[in-house]
Write a protein that binds this ligand. Structure first.
Ligand SMILES: Cc1ncc(COP(=O)(O)O)c(C=O)c1O
Length: 431
């Protein structure tokens, strides 16, 4: 059923869907359920009425409080009944801005968007205006906009080490060539090098993602930005409000000039926030930044309700603890089965990869786990809905897949087990 819908989608929707991370070929071409009817907690019912436990992407990081969280949804339903749009502004955006400032005492002003790519574009506009310079140093993934893809204009491999391999630039204006330059996480020298060469005014980076900062990396970047008068932006679309209330940067003791939040902030409802210091945010008055649906009421309402719920249950502590439990079990299982597995990511967003045959084993995990009604890949976004029974059941099933992988590693024929098409990687969609 999902396949026939996917075929229909490809006849009418330009790319099949709107979000690369929800493209079925990234998981298991032809077999991934692709479409859902309903979701609750960490359970998703697909079009064929099969219910799966989501032990994978949890809305691609949006639903730390689980799908259809009652308290968040009830707050949203209430504003739906009293109109989510009008000629006047919603007061909820003021309350949310105040809350974000009270969580991040260093921030003076806030700007809301609905998507992370937009929030990044806004932050870049303000930072360019404040620094008076065009050029940007970049590290990490920051969405689909031209300023970011420009990194690949002078070398198509520039972004390969920044989450998505193989991003193409057709349609991005060639006039943006040599405006965005990559540097590498934990390689302070790579940042120094581009700054000394390319008249850079802005550093845009993910505060943390797959690897932990080493050698005081974040502090060095902060001090360097201050010394050179560069605007430092932490893109926390993925890390914010996950295992910390607010930005994860505070737990590293490093404060940016701008931080960006999205995804978990509003538990599945569209909202992103750019928070920053006055000296940069005041540039909003000197540049045209405006959009109709940035004034919608659902986003801020959902974020206020999500923060309230997060505070009520201390979700960030729960999620971190669960993540540590999962990471520990995964690591023990890998050791028990003598498998060469690298486990990366923060506790609330765990990634793992195999030293050999990674793509095949990733597909094998998805294939076998689907037959046990788990959505599973090699990333685990942890939510409060992943209770111990669910986690233990996942590992009970995963161990069986690891047994197969061990057999293959010990010389059994890989073809005996691979009756699926390999998942796509990086930017490829395999359509
Ligand atoms: C760090 C980071 N920045 C920006 C984005 C882009 O956000 P969106 O997909 O909402 O445009 C993402 C999305 O995954 C992200 O993880």
């Amino acid at each position: 059923m999902s396949n026939s819908f996917w075929n229909r989608a490809n006849k009418s929707i330009a790319l099949g869907n709107m979000f690369l991370s929800k493209h079925p070929n990234r998981y298991l071409p032809g077999k991934w359920p692709t479409y859902y009817k309903k979701a609750k907690g960490c359970k998703i019912t697909a079009l064929d009425n099969k219910t799966y436990t989501d032990f994978s992407m949890m809305g691609i990081g949006t639903n730390v409080l689980g799908y259809a969280n009652k308290n968040v949804d009830n707050a949203v339903k209430k504003v739906i009944n009293t109109s989510t749009m009008s000629t006047l502004n919603c007061f909820e955006e003021v309350e949310l801005a105040e809350q974000l400032k009270s969580i991040h005492k260093w921030a003076d002003k806030v700007h809301f968007t609905r998507t992370g790519g937009e929030a990044n574009a806004v932050a870049i506009r303000l930072a360019r205006a404040a620094s008076g310079k065009n050029n940007i140093a970049v590290c990490g993934y920051h969405g689909w906009h031209d300023w970011y893809l420009a990194t690949n204009l002078n070398n198509k491999n520039n972004l390969n080490q920044h989450l998505l391999k193989g991003i193409t630039t057709k349609g991005v204006s060639s006039s943006l060539k040599n405006t965005t330059f990559p540097f590498y996480y934990n390689d302070f020298h790579s940042l120094e090098k581009i700054v000394s060469k390319f008249n850079i005014g802005v550093i845009k980076m993910e505060c943390v993602r797959n690897i932990q900062p080493k050698d005081n990396f974040l502090k060095k970047v902060r001090d360097f930005a201050t010394k050179k008068n560069l605007v430092l932006i932490f893109d926390e679309c993925t890390t914010g409000f996950r295992q910390t209330l607010g930005g994860i940067h505070e737990s590293y003791g490093v404060i940016p000039d701008i931080a960006i939040f999205g995804k978990a902030l509003s538990n599945g409802y569209p909202l992103n926030a750019v928070i920053g210091k006055t000296k940069i945010m005041k540039e909003a008055k000197n540049s045209f930044i405006s959009s109709t649906f940035w004034s919608d009421r659902i986003g801020p309402t959902a974020a206020i309700a999500s923060i309230k719920e997060m505070k009520r249950i201390k979700s960030w502590e729960i999620v971190k603890k669960k993540g540590q439990y999962i990471r520990n079990k995964l690591s023990k299982l890998a050791i028990k089965k003598e498998l060469d597995i690298a486990i990366t990511g923060i506790d609330s967003l765990i990634n793992f990869s195999f030293g050999k045959n990674n793509r095949i084993y990733k597909g094998l995990i998805t294939d076998k786990m689907l037959s046990k009604n788990f959505l599973a890949t090699n990333s685990i976004y942890v939510s409060i809905s992943h209770n111990k029974a669910i986690i233990d059941e996942y590992f009970y099933e995963l161990e069986k897949v690891f047994n197969i992988i061990k057999k293959i590693e010990d010389g059994d024929s890989i073809n005996r087990y691979v009756n699926f098409k390999l998942p796509s990687e990086g930017f490829e969609r395999l359509n």
